[in-house]
Each structure stands twice: as structure tokens, then as C-alpha cells.
Design a protein around this ligand. Structure first.
Ligand SMILES: [Zn+2]
Length: 42
């Protein structure tokens, strides 16, 4: 089961970022949701 980005609700198929137990499709969504201290995985 793929996680869902908690900001834009897109399904995270391959890459994603996990911050404090929350999943986002990318660092931009994590930042948009107020999460800090993460970087995009390349
Ligand atoms: Zn997103």
C-alpha cells in the first residue's frame, strides 16, 4: 500500500518524504504543511 501525501493527497508511488510519521510526496509539500528540516530525496 502506497502512502498518501498528507498535503496534496497524491499517492506516493516511489519516492516520498517522511517527517515525524507524516508522509509527503516531496519536501515542498512537507514545507507547505509546516514541516521543517527535511530535504528532497534525489
Ligand atoms: Zn504532495
Amino acid at each position: 500500500m502506497a502512502p498518501i501525501c498528507e498535503h496534496c493527497r497524491v499517492q506516493i508511488i516511489d519516492q516520498g518524504v517522511e517527517v515525524e510519521g507524516h508522509w509527503y510526496c516531496g519536501a515542498h509539500c512537507a514545507r507547505a504543511d509546516g514541516r521543517t528540516g527535511i530535504g528532497d530525496r534525489v
